[in-house]
Design a protein around this ligand. Structure first.
Ligand code: SAH
Ligand code: SF4
Length: 356
């Protein structure tokens, strides 16, 4: 199989071609002008175009399925070159606004949720991705391609601001080298130009890897999937807690380098009768003391055979109110794309069943 050109940082690309300065133009063709072939890269000498075509594939992903939800979010199912499938979601966070004369006041703000692995090793009890087990890590190019393909498909201009969250399938910190490389490729000003401050890495709490990520000093934002405030419950929900308990995670977060204006996000998946009580909210406030945090409450999204239930709205609101009253910033994640089953792993499972 040919190498994929999206796996290369601009520096790496420059090292493999002559003259090296052409790497800038090639990057612009790929990421900004959305070239469909090396042949289309008109200002690149014919000989170099042929060499590139000989050595590289331009995209590692094929679109298999797109599902659009009533709220505008779109879920993509992609096939990699070896046949495995992964998913990504495009989320319009704020709709475009126009004045009475039809003049654009504010453009739609997009977030793309990307996968970092095929499947996942962590095995959380509430997560559909976990059920399929682990297949392999994604390459940096396969991570980058998810955003590139979605931008192309939606004709999103290359210079439009966009946020990335590593919250699709997989545990990003279990594939830290490729994820870090993707962060850098996204960042390139001749490429997609998505700064690290617009990229959020979500982790189930691999404390030693959080430390390693911090030492890499990429400038990315961090989200912790906490979901429980005591170790006994967290171990049941997330077996990884036996290796890295809550205290070790809080320690790692306290030492993580983060932009003074930004916050560490704590995701809290709320399950009925399990972690939705005020006692838990109280513990959460204590736990986050001294951290510039923001809590994001998530409604558990049930799937056929899931052992947990969606919480009541009143309990969610009471939980949120308690946190806010005690000085902790807290939002409730609107279940975007619920009707297209956008919680992690769900589209892939569905398509599998449809085809079998
Ligand atoms: N592995 C990383 C990143 C991806 S997990 C992590 O765990 O942080 C993707 C997100 O989907 C997590 O926030 C997880 O809590 C959420 N999720 C998993 N199963 C869910 C379900 N059934 N309903 C709602 N959210 C779910
Ligand atoms: Fe893996 Fe995250 Fe799912 Fe847990 S919630 S199994 S870490 S993808």
């Amino acid at each position: 199989m040919k190498r994929c050109i999206l796996d290369l940082t601009k520096t790496e690309l420059a090292e493999t071609i002559s003259p090296p300065f052409r790497a800038t133009q090639i990057y612009q063709w790929i990421y900004q002008k959305h070239a469909e072939s090396f042949e289309a890269m008109r200002n690149i000498p014919k000989k170099l175009r042929a060499q590139l075509d000989e050595a590289y594939d331009l995209s590692p992903l094929q679109t298999v399925n797109v599902e659009e939800s009533g709220d505008g979010s779109k879920k993509y199912l992609f096939r990699c070159r070896d046949g495995v499938t992964i998913e990504s979601v495009l989320l319009p966070m704020k709709k475009a606004r126009y004045d009475d004369s039809g003049k654009l006041l504010q453009e739609t703000k997009y977030t793309v949720c990307v996968s970092s692995q095929v499947g996942c090793k962590i095995g959380c009890a509430f997560c559909l991705t976990a059920k399929g087990g682990f297949t392999r890590n994604l390459t940096a190019g396969e991570i980058v391609a998810q955003v590139l393909e979605i931008k192309k498909d939606n004709r999103i201009a290359h210079n439009r601001r966009l946020n990335i969250v590593y919250m699709g399938m997989g545990e990003p910190l279990d594939n830290i080298e490729n994820v870090a490389k993707a962060v850098k490729i996204f960042n390139d000003p001749d490429g997609l130009s998505i700064s690290a401050r617009r990229q959020t890495i979500s982790t189930s709490g691999l404390s030693s890897q959080i430390k390693k990520l911090g030492e890499m000093n990429l400038g990315v934002l961090l989200a912790i999937s906490l979901h429980a405030v005591d170790d006994t419950l967290r171990e049941k929900l997330m077996p990884i807690n036996k290796a890295y308990n809550i205290e070790s995670i809080i320690d790692a977060v306290k030492n993580f380098p983060i932009d003074q204006r930004k916050r560490v996000m704590f995701e809290y998946l709320v399950m009925k009768g399990l972690n939705d009580d005020i006692k838990s909210a109280k513990k959460l406030v204590k736990l986050l003391h001294g951290i510039k945090a923001k809590v994001n409450l998530i409604y558990f999204n049930p799937y056929p055979g899931s052992p947990f239930q969606r919480p009541e709205k009143e309990d969610m609101l009471a939980f949120q109110e308690y946190l806010i009253k005690h000085g902790v910033l807290c939002t409730i994640r609107q279940s975007k794309g619920l009707d297209i089953s956008a919680a992690c792993g769900q589209l892939r499972e569905k398509t599998k069943n449809d085809h079998s």
